[in-house]
Design a binder for this molecule. Structure first.
Ligand SMILES: *Cc1c(COP(=O)(O)O)cnc(C)c1O
Length: 365
């Protein structure tokens, strides 16, 4: 196996226990995007074993895959476009989120045909201007009241735009807006069973937003929502669950002055040994990290040199390295460069690094 993602499920369990100690409310484990690249079913299974009582995905097909794997805890898919497979969702007891009258009506129609009462969560836009009811709110309330007998009102929820900036006044504004809309809903006699608002950043920094359930994503995977504003995952006693390893395909000596790779973007400053590593941008290593970040060999850093190619990259093993073809290097995590270092080098966030590791890189547990 020339490259693989090693997922430490014990780290996921550890992280859930750490978060459980910080909140009094139930945890919904967010496993969208193939469990943030860690593998949907293994992560979902571990999360439930470790104490998460709910699961959440963005896409309905992810939620369906969870049910098909025999996992039976309450489960919500919150990003369903019109004409999604609501028939299957209802049959599999998957909760759905509605943020428009038209989607609400479509699900109720399907529910009538299926003769199953849908379990719904109302999403409101409390300030982010992404998902959630905004301008339609009054019409939405009227519709919800008029059709009250046709659905179960499970949840009321929204999402923070700036929870990773705990000092931002915008969080207070969103919370106020959220509470206000909830009061308006309850004023017409509609009381949701569960109110949920917090992502990892709010879980770690804002207990007043925990409401009756929290939605735990990135921190469950052992990563900080924002290293700059909130500190590292380590500072919250989280353990990163992902390590990536890849094989060296070739080791060769090269000379000072040699330009390396496409475009010769880096020229060696000294004689050294190069390692050609069998992992490239098609595997999800961001090409923009070329000349930054790197791998490690037996705990020694070996920086990238030149551009990352589609299936491979070149690293500087150092002039005295004992590495040979066939040996493995740690590409990220473990004793190598951290996921956060890769993210910084690629001018992105750790979320993007882990979720973009390609499907062709096997996950090992
Ligand atoms: C992804 C997502 C989360 C989890 O966010 P983290 O920052 O990873 O904790 C929570 N809620 C919703 C609606 C999401 O889409």
């Amino acid at each position: 196996m020339r490259a693989f993602v090693q997922v430490d499920l014990q780290a996921i369990a550890h992280n859930i226990r750490q978060i459980s100690a910080r909140t009094t409310v139930p945890i919904l484990a967010v496993v969208k995007a193939d469990g943030y690249g860690h593998g949907l079913i293994p992560v979902a299974t571990q999360a439930v074993d470790a104490g998460a009582t709910w699961l959440g995905t963005a896409l309905l097909e992810e939620a369906i895959a969870i049910r098909n794997a025999g996992i039976e805890v309450p489960l919500i898919a919150w990003l369903t476009p019109p004409h999604d497979d609501f028939e299957t969702a209802l049959k599999l007891n998957i909760d759905l989120s509605v943020s428009s009258v038209s989607l609400f009506a479509e699900i109720l129609d399907q529910a009538k045909r299926s003769q199953i009462r849908p379990r719904l969560h109302f999403e409101i836009d409390s300030g982010m201007r992404r998902g959630g009811v905004l301008d339609e709110w009054t019409a939405f309330l009227d519709f919800a009241q008029e059709h009250r007998a046709e659905y179960e009102l499970i949840g009321f929820w929204s999402h923070f735009a700036r929870a990773d900036e705990p000092e931002s006044q915008f969080n207070i504004l969103q919370q106020r807006n959220f509470d206000q809309k909830l009061a308006e809903l309850e004023a017409i006699g509609l009381t949701p069973e569960i109110v949920h608002l917090s992502n990892s950043a709010a879980i770690l920094s804002n207990a007043s937003a925990h409401k009756s359930m929290v939605r735990l994503g990135i921190a469950m995977y052992g990563l900080s929502p924002d290293v700059q504003t909130m500190g590292s995952g380590l500072s919250f006693n989280l353990q990163p669950a992902m390590t990536i390893k890849a094989q060296i395909h070739l080791v060769k000596a090269a000379k000072a002055g040699d330009p390396i790779g496409y475009g010769g973007t880096e020229v060696l400053k000294y004689d050294t040994k190069l390692g050609i590593v069998v992992m490239g941008y098609s595997d999800g290593l961001p090409r923009s990290t070329s000349n930054a970040a790197g791998v490690s060999y037996e705990g020694e850093k070996a920086p990238l040199v030149g551009r990352i190619s589609m299936d491979q990259c070149v690293v500087d093993l150092g002039p005295h390295s004992s590495a040979k073809a066939g040996d493995f290097v740690t590409v990220m995590g473990g004793d190598g460069y951290t996921i956060d270092e890769w993210a910084l080098a690629a001018n992105t966030i750790n979320y993007e690094i882990v979720t973009r590791i390609a499907a062709r890189v096997p996950r090992i547990y």
